[in-house]
Design a binder for this molecule. Structure first.
Ligand SMILES: [Zn+2]
Ligand SMILES: [Zn+2]
Length: 507
């Protein structure tokens, strides 16, 4: 029967009315419905004087999750009961009545017609077919994915919804529909929004670039979109015209300034080294990034770095932390460049990375995970990373964002953990959160942040212990010597002293 879905287990696909639908887009667990369609069935059965249960019928497109509104009535498809809230299942005996007895046709819906749903329903032959040149050329599943990718990007770019009921999918659909005019605008907004922080396509276009692959969005769409992105990127000096990207692992795009910093040489020297290596594309301008093959960047002789900080390629403070954490010291207890070099090259790297990736330093900053924490993750094989060049330090590492974020979860403490560990009152901790001193993720506290706070602060009890006096006397004792609490009543119910201030109490 042409109405019946045919499962194609090999590709996890369902064939429905000549269209290929992703199995995950087709739900047979919960049963969705349009209450107005069912109400029509109900009224009809009544006027004919027959059993309403026998007359009500299911519409096949209700099972397709990418269709969110009824093509006929324009109201949202639902699967729950307005009386008891229970989600209806295919195994339930009636389509018209919930197990609680309520009729499933009584809800009043605001019309929230989704043009994207109407388009998809049209493709399944449920309603009149809308045209969209770009999507018409794609399989159903690829069209759904393309709309999703474009709607992500629209929200990343801060493009506001048009109209009251415009769903995210509709935003994506509208871009697809007006492809020729919309895509340059979308790319411009993405670029403006992200600024020109890092370099390269991922930093510039984010998810729009990373989520588009042949596997999920199909060859036609990914080809068109990536071509548009690359044209735009060349126009805006993000990548070089001669840079070949697809079919190869991402190539590091560096500016001469960036490369000079990496080599520890001056701009002029770097440029003349590149000229000798024939690695400067014609017409290149100062400050505009161009592609330098990783192998060429590697072949340039770096100035022998004198310090471990230079070898590690991170800031001074971070380098000091890494030296301490991973014991990169010589016999005299001084940071050792040679050990740092060996340590960096001992970090396990991968050929390619899955999904979203970022430069190590960007991920540290943007996701608030400490560098040392990520390095431990890399060593333990919990964070996948690649290295752009063989000679650069950690600034050359690209890591999987997802892996780093999952490390962070382990690095969170509950209020109770913190209060037991440091002897802090749980209410006081919440008050410190309110003051913005401690960072909170949901119901947990950021471990790194908590540790930093307690490394710099003492509770009255801790101070009393160090001074060998009674806790009760601490505040008066300190006050007489001109040391005042950093936090205390009334804003925070427990008193905390800054460790630095306490030095003058001759601890
Ligand atoms: Zn309907
Ligand atoms: Zn119910």
């Amino acid at each position: 029967m042409k109405w019946s879905p045919v499962r194609r287990p090999t590709g996890r696909l369902v064939e429905l009315r000549g269209e290929l639908i992703r199995l995950g887009d087709w739900s047979t667990t919960f049963r969705r419905r349009c209450e107005l369609c069912l109400n029509g069935d109900f009224e009809r059965a009544r006027s004919l004087g027959i059993d309403d249960r026998a007359w009500a019928c299911h519409r096949f497109h209700w099972d397709v999750q990418s269709i969110s509104t009824c093509p006929e009535h324009g109201c949202a498809l639902t699967d729950d009961c307005s009386a008891c809230g229970r989600r209806q299942r295919w195994s339930d005996p009636s389509l018209l009545y919930c197990a609680c007895g309520a009729r499933l046709t009584c809800r009043l819906f605001a019309t929230a017609r989704s043009v994207c749903s109407d388009y998809l329903a049209g493709r399944l032959g449920v309603s009149d077919r809308l045209s969209c040149e770009l999507l018409d050329a794609l399989d159903y599943r690829h069209a759904v994915r393309a709309v999703r990718i474009l709607s992500f990007a629209a929200s990343d770019a801060g493009i506001e919804a048009v109209g009251d009921f415009c769903t995210p999918a509709d935003r994506g659909w509208t871009i697809a529909k007006n492809w020729v005019d919309s895509i340059p605008l979308l790319l411009d907004s993405l670029l403006k929004r992200r600024g020109r922080r890092g370099s390269g396509l991922i930093e510039a276009y984010g998810r729009l670039y990373t989520e588009t692959d042949e596997q999920s969005a199909g060859p036609i769409f990914s080809e068109q979109l990536l071509a548009a992105i690359e044209r735009h990127a060349v126009q805006h000096g993000i990548i070089a015209e001669n840079e070949c990207r697809r079919g190869r692992p991402p190539l590091g795009t560096v500016s001469v300034t960036g490369l000079a910093r990496r080599l520890g040489r001056s701009y002029e020297t770097t440029r003349s080294l590149l000229r000798e290596a024939n690695a400067i594309p014609r017409g290149s301008r100062r400050g505009v990034a161009f592609a330098i093959e990783a192998s060429i960047a590697d072949s340039l002789p770096p100035r022998q770095p004198e310090s471990a900080t230079q070898v590690l390629g991170v800031g001074k403070r971070q380098a000091a932390q890494l030296v301490a954490e991973f014991c990169l010291k010589n016999n005299l207890g001084r940071p050792c460049p040679e050990m740092a070099r060996r340590w960096v090259s001992s970090l396990p790297t991968y050929q390619s990375l899955p999904s979203e990736t970022g430069l190590l330093s960007d991920v540290c900053r943007n996701r608030a995970v400490s560098l040392a924490n990520i390095c431990h993750g890399i060593i333990a094989g919990r964070v996948r990373c690649t290295r752009l060049t063989a000679t650069g330090g950690l600034s050359d590492f690209r890591v999987s964002v997802e892996d780093c974020v999952s490390l962070k979860r382990a690095s969170e403490w509950t209020i109770k953990d913190v209060s037991q560990r440091f002897g802090a009152h749980h209410q006081a901790l919440l008050e410190l959160v309110k003051l913005g001193v401690l960072a909170r993720h949901g119901r947990k506290l950021c471990r790194e942040n908590v540790e930093a706070f307690f490394a710099e602060h003492l509770t009255t009890a801790q101070l009393a212990e160090r001074l060998h006096i009674a806790a009760k006397q601490v505040i008066g004792f300190a006050d007489r010597r001109g040391v005042h609490p950093a936090f205390g009543p009334p804003s925070v119910r427990q008193t905390f002293f800054r460790l630095q201030d306490c030095r003058q109490l001759s601890l």
